[in-house]
Design a protein around this ligand. Structure first.
Ligand SMILES: Cc1cc2nc3c(=O)[nH]c(=O)nc-3n(C[C@H](O)[C@H](O)[C@H](O)COP(=O)(O)O)c2cc1C
Length: 358
C-alpha cells in the first residue's frame, strides 16, 4: 500500500511548474500524469488498484512514473513510521514548509569562498542605508532620563520581569520612555566590517550586525510628548512625528483587539526593513533572522522597562495590514513583525493575568 507524502508543495519557477517534497528536499517537474497519479494516492491504496484506475493513461507510463515517485519520496509506504509533518504541525502547511526551506543552509566558511560571497553581494546591490529617516517630519530629540534605573541587579530585574496587562492610569515621563527606547534601539557603537561596510552595535545582538528592526512609537500617556505616532530615528536619537492625536484605539486594533493595550501608556511597533538582511543573507533562513532579531529587542525592551519601574508586555498577535496602513509601509520591503509596550503597573492587579486570545 502506498500514499502521497503529506509534505508536497507546488510552485512555478522560471522554467516551469514544479512539485517539491520539502522534507526530503526533492523536486520534480509537475507533468500532468505525475499530478494525476499523486492525486490518486491521496488515500492509501495498492499499486494494483491504482493501475486499474489509471489504465486510460497507459499502463507502462503509469508504472514508470509511480516508480519514479516512490524513489524520490513523493509516494511513501502507507504504514511508514516517519512523523507526518502535516499532522504534527496541525496542517500549518506554510510554517512546516518555511522550516524545511530554512533548514541546513550552506554557509561560506573559508576566506576565499567568503570573499566570493562578499564580491557577488556587492556586485548585485550597494549596501542599503543603515538608517531609516523621515527628514521632513517634525523632530525632537529623546531626553536623558535621570535616575531611571534604580540600582537593581540584573538577576533582580530578570526575576521581576512579568507580562503586565493591567495598568495604573498615569503618564510616564518622556525621560523614562526615552531611556527604554534608546536602550533598546539606540546605537552603542560602530563596527567596521571591511567588505560589508560600517555597521552598528546595539544592546541586543543582530545577525550580521545588520539591525533590520525599526521602532515606531504610538504614545498616548507620555508626559512631555504630544500623543501621536512617531518613528525612532536611530541616527539622530530622536522622534520623528508622523501623525498627531490619540491613537490608542489603533493600538488595540493593531494588537488584534486586546483591549487592555489601551490602558498602557505607549506601544512600540517593530518592523523589519527586509533589504538590510537580504543584502547579505539570501536564503529562506533570513525570515528566521527577522523573528530572532525582533525577539532579542523585545526582551531588552522588557528588561529595561522593568528596571525603570514600568510593566511591559509583548504581543505577536498583530494585524499586519492595519499596521502597514497606519505606518504607510508597503508590507513587502518593510513588514510589521512584533509589538511591545508598557505603562505603570497596577499594584492591585492579580499577578496571574494571562493571555485572553484564542
Ligand atoms: C512571542 C510572544 C508572543 C506573545 N503574544 C502575546 C499576546 O498576543 N497576548 C498576550 O497577552 N501575551 C502575549 N505574550 C506574553 C505571554 O503570554 C507571556 O510571556 C506568558 O504567559 C508568560 O508570562 P510572563 O511573561 O509573565 O512570564 C507573548 C509572548 C511572546 C514571547
Amino acid at each position: 500500500m502506498l500514499k502521497r507524502s503529506p509534505a508536497i508543495a507546488a510552485y512555478w519557477l522560471k522554467d516551469g511548474f514544479y512539485l517539491e517534497e520539502f522534507v526530503l528536499g526533492e523536486r520534480v517537474k509537475a507533468k500532468p500524469l505525475l499530478t494525476v497519479i499523486l492525486d490518486a494516492f491521496s488515500r492509501p491504496r495498492s499499486l494494483a488498484s491504482a493501475r486499474r484506475e489509471l489504465a486510460p493513461f497507459g499502463a507502462k507510463a503509469v508504472v514508470r512514473v509511480i516508480q519514479q515517485l516512490v524513489s524520490r519520496g513523493f509516494l511513501v509506504p502507507a504504514n511508514r513510521k516517519r512523523p507526518d509533518v502535516a499532522a504534527a504541525w496541525k496542517d500549518c502547511f506554510a510554517a512546516a514548509y518555511f522550516h524545511s526551506a530554512a533548514k541546513d543552509v550552506t554557509y561560506a566558511t573559508g576566506p576565499v569562498e567568503w570573499q566570493r560571497v562578499v564580491d557577488s553581494r556587492l556586485a548585485a546591490a550597494p549596501q542599503p542605508p543603515l538608517f531609516k529617516e523621515y527628514k521632513r517630519a517634525p523632530f525632537r530629540r529623546l531626553e536623558k532620563g535621570d535616575n531611571c534605573f534604580p540600582r537593581a541587579s540584573l538577576r533582580e530585574v530578570l526575576k521581576k520581569r512579568r507580562t503586565v496587562r493591567q495598568f495604573r492610569r498615569s503618564a510616564i515621563p518622556l525621560g523614562v520612555v526615552s531611556e527604554v527606547i534608546r536602550g533598546t534601539w539606540g546605537t552603542t557603537g560602530r563596527l567596521n566590517t571591511g567588505s560589508f561596510g560600517k555597521l552598528l552595535t546595539k544592546t541586543s545582538p543582530s545577525a550580521g550586525a545588520l539591525h533590520p528592526v525599526e521602532c515606531y512609537l504610538l504614545a498616548w500617556e507620555v508626559q512631555g510628548l504630544a500623543p501621536g505616532l512617531y518613528h525612532y530615528s536611530v541616527k539622530r536619537d530622536g522622534l520623528e512625528r508622523l501623525r498627531s492625536g490619540d491613537l490608542r484605539e489603533q493600538a488595540v486594533r493593531a494588537a488584534s483587539g486586546q483591549t487592555w493595550v489601551a490602558d498602557a501608556s505607549f506601544l512600540c511597533i517593530l518592523t523589519v526593513v527586509v533589504d538590510r538582511v537580504f543584502w547579505k543573507y539570501t536564503s529562506p533562513n533570513a525570515y528566521r533572522l527577522f523573528l530572532l532579531d525582533a525577539g532579542h529587542l523585545a526582551q531588552t525592551f522588557c528588561l529595561l522597562a522593568t528596571a525603570s519601574g514600568l510593566g511591559a508586555f509583548t504581543t505577536a498577535a498583530i494585524q499586519d495590514s492595519l499596521i502597514e496602513e497606519l505606518l504607510r509601509i508597503d508590507g513587502v520591503r518593510e513588514i510589521p513583525i512584533y509589538l511591545c509596550g508598557a505603562g505603570f503597573p497596577d499594584p492591585s492587579a492579580a499577578k496571574t493575568s494571562v493571555e485572553t486570545l484564542g
